[in-house]
Design a protein around this ligand. Structure first.
Ligand code: BGC
Length: 770
C-alpha cells in the first residue's frame, strides 16, 4: 500500500516529485476517450523510470506465444494492445541543455487530474545543471467531443535568465511494447510528411494490417500573443519533428500548443487516412486549445450528470468512486460494438488490452445502469459476433456439434491467453457470458434479444456444458473435473462449486429460454433449431439429467459449499495470520506454496452466491461469507467488491465499508503494489456495484427495481443515479431519510424497503429511516 495521492473530491493530486512512483503515477493519471489512451508520461524527454504508453482502441498485435514446451491446445498467440506512436512528445532545451527531470533539481512539482473536466495538468520548477531555472505548466486532454483529437498546452517561463528555448514537437512511431514476447517491434512506416508547422506519419502493424495516421500541428504564443517562428524540419526513420528556437526574456510566458490526431483503418479507409488526419487536425487547430478544451469539458459535464455518485462526509471515498467512474468512462463509451473493456483499459500493457470474463461478470451492470440499454447490448453483441469462433475454440479442444467455449482472453473471438495453466481451465467464463444475457434481459426487459441473438449463444454454451461434464460411476452423479474456478490460487481442481453451479444454472436458463422463444415466435424457434441441427429430444433429455444429477461439493459437518472437492483437507488458516511482510503472497510465496494453501485470491463460492442470490437463504449466504472471507487475500482487484456487496446484503455494513474502501482505492493507494502496470479498470465497475447494489440494495426482479439502502457510519449522505426502463432515478440516502427522485418524464415501478410504488415522472418518494 502506498498512499501518496492527496484526497480531494474532484481532483487527483500528486505533490512533490517522486521518481520512484513515476510508473504508478503514469497509470493513475492516465487519460483516455474510448478511442485512444495515454499514460501520464511527460511531454519532454525523461530518462528516469517510465513506461511510455499511447494506445489506440481495437489496434492489437497477435504476438506469437512463447512457452518452453508446446502442448496441443495452446493458443497460437497472445493479443497485445499496441503501444502506438508517441504523439505527446515535445523535447525542450534551455540554452542548448535538454530539460530532463531525471537530471535536474525539481521543485514545486504537482500533477493534477481534473476529473470534472477531464484534463491532466503538471507544474514544476526545474533548475538545470547550467543554473537556468524555468517554471513549466503542461496541460493536456484527449477529447471526448472528437475522439481522434488530443491537445497539449505547454508553457515555459524563465525565472532567472534571458536566453533561448528550443522546442522539438515530434511524433515518434519507433515504439516497442515492453511485453513483446520476442522483443520485436510491431510497426512499419508506410509514409510520412513533414512541413513547417505540421507533420504526419502513416504506420502499419507488421501483422493484421492495421494502419494509423498520426499527425501534429502546433502554434506559439508569448505573453498571450501569437508568434511565428521559423522551424527546422527533422526526419528520421519512423520519426518526424520540427525544431524551433525562441528567444525569451526572464518572466516571459512562452507557450506551445500542440494538437494531435490519430486516425485508424478501423474507422476510415486506409487510402484516406492522411487526408482525414489533415482535415481533422486543421479543424482542431482552427478551434484552438481553449475551445477544444471547453467542448471536451462540456461533454464530461454531460457524462457526470448521469453517472456521478456523491458522497459527503468522506473525501477519500468520494474521490475514489469518482476516479473509478471517470476511468470507466475514459475507457469505454459504448459507441463501437467492436470494442470492449480490457482489465487495464488503456493504462498499461498487462492483460494485453484483451477482453476477459470481467466484462460480463463485473462491468456490464455499470453500463446497464449508467448508460442505458444500447451500450450494454453492444457488449452482448460483441460475444454474439464471436460465437462462431467460440465453437471453433471448443472444437480445437475436442468438443463437437456446436458446443461453444468462449475465450478467457480475446480480441477477435479467438482464445489468446498467455498463461495456459491458469486461464485455460477457467471454463466458468462461459457461465458469466450466459448470465450476462439473463442479467441484460432482466434489467432492460428486452426479451427480443433472446429471440434474435441470446438463445443461439445460450444453446452453444449449454452444448459445451453438456459435453464437458462426465458421469461419475462412483458418485452416481455428474461431475466437472480439471477446472480452475474464479479463485486462480487453485488450478486443475475437481468439482469447483461455482463452476458446477453456474453450468446447471445455464442449462436451466437455456431450457426456459427455449420454451419462451418457442411460445412467442415459433417460426424463429424452428429456424434456429434447424440452423443449429438441435436434437430437441436427445439434447434436452441430457441437459435435464445433468440438472437433476449434478454433484455439488458441500461440507458434511458445516453445510458450507466447498470451493472444490478436498478444500477442507487443506491446512485451515486465516489471512490475518499471514505475516504482513509476506503480503501480497503472490509477490512473496512460491506458486507451489500458494496452490497448496487454503488462501483464496478472489470471490469464488461467493461469486456464485452474489450472482444467484435469489436462490439462497440469508443463513446460507451468511455461513459461507464468514467462512470464506477470512480465508481470502483479495489479491485480485475483482475480489473485495463482491465480498463488500454480500456483506451489505448481510447488513454487516462496517465490513462492507472496509471492503468497499479497499476496492475503490485499490489503485489510488496501490494496495497490491502493482499499479505501475496499469489501473484495474474492470474492478472499478465492481466498486460502483458495491455502492449501488451493496449499500443501495439495488435489485431487479419481476420488471421492478428494488432498493433497500443502508449508509456506512462514515458517510453523512450519498446519492447515485440509475437508468431503468426509460427512466432516470436519483437515489439519495442519509441517516435520516431515503429519497428516490424520478428525473425523467416516464413513470417507473419500484420497490423501496419492500413496499411497492409507482413513481411518476419528475416525482419523488421520501422515506424517513430513523
Ligand atoms: C483475475 C481474473 C481476471 C483477470 C483480469 C486476474 O487476476 O484473477 O479473474 O479475469 O485478472 O482482470
Amino acid at each position: 500500500m502506498n498512499s501518496y495521492i492527496k484526497h480531494h473530491e474532484w481532483l487527483i493530486i500528486e505533490e512533490g516529485f517522486h521518481p520512484e512512483y513515476n510508473r504508478a503515477s503514469e497509470s493513475i493519471f492516465a487519460l483516455g476517450n474510448g478511442r485512444m489512451g495515454q499514460r501520464a508520461n511527460f511531454e519532454e524527454r525523461y530518462t528516469g523510470d517510465s513506461l511510455q504508453g499511447s494506445y489506440i482502441a481495437g489496434i492489437y498485435y497477435p504476438d506469437k506465444t512463447r512457452v518452453g514446451w508446446w502442448k496441443i491446445g495452446y493458443p497460437e498467440y497472445f493479443a497485445k494492445v499496441l503501444n502506438a506512436a508517441n504523439w505527446i512528445g515535445i523535447d525542450v532545451e534551455i540554452d542548448k541543455e535538454p530539460l530532463d527531470l531525471a537530471e535536474c533539481e525539481v521543485e514545486d512539482f504537482n500533477r493534477i487530474l481534473n476529473m470534472k473536466e477531464g484534463y491532466l495538468e503538471r507544474t514544476f520548477v526545474a533548475r538545470l545543471t547550467n543554473g537556468k531555472v524555468i517554471r513549466v505548466r503542461a496541460k493536456r486532454f484527449l477529447s471526448i467531443a472528437d475522439p481522434d483529437i488530443g491537445a497539449i498546452q505547454y508553457s515555459v517561463v524563465p525565472q532567472n535568465f534571458n536566453g533561448e528555448i528550443t522546442f522539438t514537437p515530434y511524433i515518434d512511431a519507433d515504439i516497442r511494447n515492453e511485453d513483446a514476447n520476442y522483443n520485436e517491434k510491431f510497426w512499419d512506416e508506410v509514409c510520412k510528411e513533414t512541413h513547417k508547422g505540421e507533420a504526419y506519419i502513416v504506420t502499419k502493424t507488421k501483422k493484421l494490417d492495421f494502419f494509423i495516421c498520426t499527425g501534429m500541428m502546433y502554434a506559439f504564443h508569448k505573453n498571450g500573443e501569437k508568434i511565428n517562428i521559423n522551424a527546422v524540419i527533422i526526419e528520421k526513420k519512423k520519426y518526424t519533428a520540427n525544431k524551433i528556437t525562441v528567444p525569451v526574456k526572464k518572466g516571459e510566458d512562452l507557450v506551445i500548443n500542440k494538437y494531435a490526431v490519430n486516425v485508424s483503418s478501423t474507422n476510415y479507409e486506409k487510402s484516406q487516412l492522411l487526408k482525414e488526419a489533415k482535415s481533422k487536425l486543421a479543424g482542431a487547430f482552427l478551434k484552438g486549445f481553449e475551445t477544444l478544451l471547453k467542448e471536451h469539458a462540456d461533454a464530461w459535464s454531460e457524462k457526470w450528470k448521469e453517472s456521478d455518485i456523491e458522497i459527503s462526509g468522506d473525501v477519500a471515498a468520494q474521490q475514489a468512486i469518482r476516479f473509478n467512474i471517470f476511468q470507466l468512462n475514459q475507457t469505454y463509451t459504448g459507441e463501437d460494438e467492436r470494442l470492449n473493456i480490457g482489465p487495464k483499459g488503456f493504462t498499461g500493457e498487462k492483460y494485453g488490452g484483451s477482453t476477459y470474463w470481467d466484462t460480463e461478470a463485473f462491468v456490464l451492470p455499470f453500463y446497464l445502469s449508467t448508460a442505458g440499454p444500447k451500450v450494454a447490448k453492444n457488449l452482448l453483441l460483441y460475444r454474439y459476433r464471436h460465437l462462431k469462433k467460440a465453437i471453433e475454440n471448443a472444437e480445437k479442444l475436442g468438443f463437437s456439434d456446436g458446443a461453444a467455449l468462449f475465450p478467457m482472453v480475446t480480441m477477435n473471438g479467438e482464445e489468446c491467453h498467455n498463461e495456459w495453466e491458469i486461464t485455460f481451465e477457467e471454463i466458468h467464463r462461459n457461465g458469466a457470458i450466459a448470465f450476462a444475457i439473463f442479467n441484460y434481459i432482466r434489467y432492460t426487459g428486452d426479451k427480443k434479444y433472446l429471440i434474435d441473438y441470446g438463445l443461439e449463444v445460450l444453446i452453444g454454451i449449454s452444448r459445451f456444458w453438456g459435453q464437458r461434464v462426465n458421469y461419475s460411476q462412483v458418485k452416481n452423479q455428474y461431475v466437472i473435473l480439471g477446472v480452475t474456478g474464479p479463485n486462480e490460487y487453485e488450478n486443475n481442481v475437481d468439482n469447483n462449486w461455482y463452476t458446477n453451479t453456474i453450468s446447471t444454472w445455464t442449462l436451466t436458463y437455456t431450457i426456459e429460454s427455449m420454451d419462451y422463444v418457442k411460445r412467442v415466435d415459433s417460426e424463429k424457434f424452428k429456424q434456429l433449431i434447424e440452423k443449429l441441427a438441435f436434437n430437441v429430444t436427445e439434447e434436452l433429455k441430457k441437459w435435464k439429467d445433468i440438472i437433476d444429477n449434478m454433484y455439488y461439493p458441500v461440507d458434511g459437518e458445516t453445510g458450507i459449499f466447498l470451493q472444490q472437492e478436498g478444500y477442507m483437507d487443506k491446512e485451515q488458516q486465516l489471512a490475518e495470520d499471514i505475516n504482513p511482510g509476506e503480503r501480497p503472497i503472490n509477490q512473496n510465496w512460491s506458486w507451489d506454496r500458494i496452490l497448496r494453501s487454503c488462501f483464496i485470491k478472489q470471490a469464488d463460492v461467493m461469486h456464485g452466491l452474489h450472482l444467484l442470490e435469489d436462490r439462497y437463504d440469508e443463513e446460507t449466504i451468511r455461513k459461507n461469507f464468514y467462512f470464506y472471507e477470512p480465508r481470502t487475500v483479495h489479491e485480485s482487484s475483482l475480489s473485495p467488491c463482491i465480498y463488500s456487496i454480500v456483506a451489505a446484503k448481510l447488513c454487516d455494513i462496517q465490513k462492507s465499508y472496509e471492503l468497499y474502501l479497499r476496492a475503490s482505492r485499490l489503485d489510488l493507494d496501490d494496495y497490491n503494489n502493482e499499479v505501475s502496470e496499469g489501473l484495474h479498470i474492470t474492478s472499478m465497475a465492481g466498486t460502483w456495484l458495491s455502492i449501488v447494489k451493496g449499500f443501495g440494495g439495488m435489485q431487479v426482479r419481476d420488471n421492478k427495481i428494488y432498493f433497500k439502502p443502508q449508509i456506512p457510519e462514515q458517510w453523512k449522505n450519498y446519492s447515485f443515479m440509475v437508468h431503468f426502463r426509460g427512466s432516470l432515478l436519483k437515489v439519495s440516502v442519509s441517516n435520516l431519510e431515503v429519497n428516490v427522485f424520478n428525473l425523467s418524464d416516464q413513470s417507473v415501478a419500484l420497490v423501496l424497503f419492500n413496499k411497492e410504488y409507482k413513481l411518476r415522472g419528475n416525482e419523488e418518494i421520501r422515506i424517513k429511516v430513523n
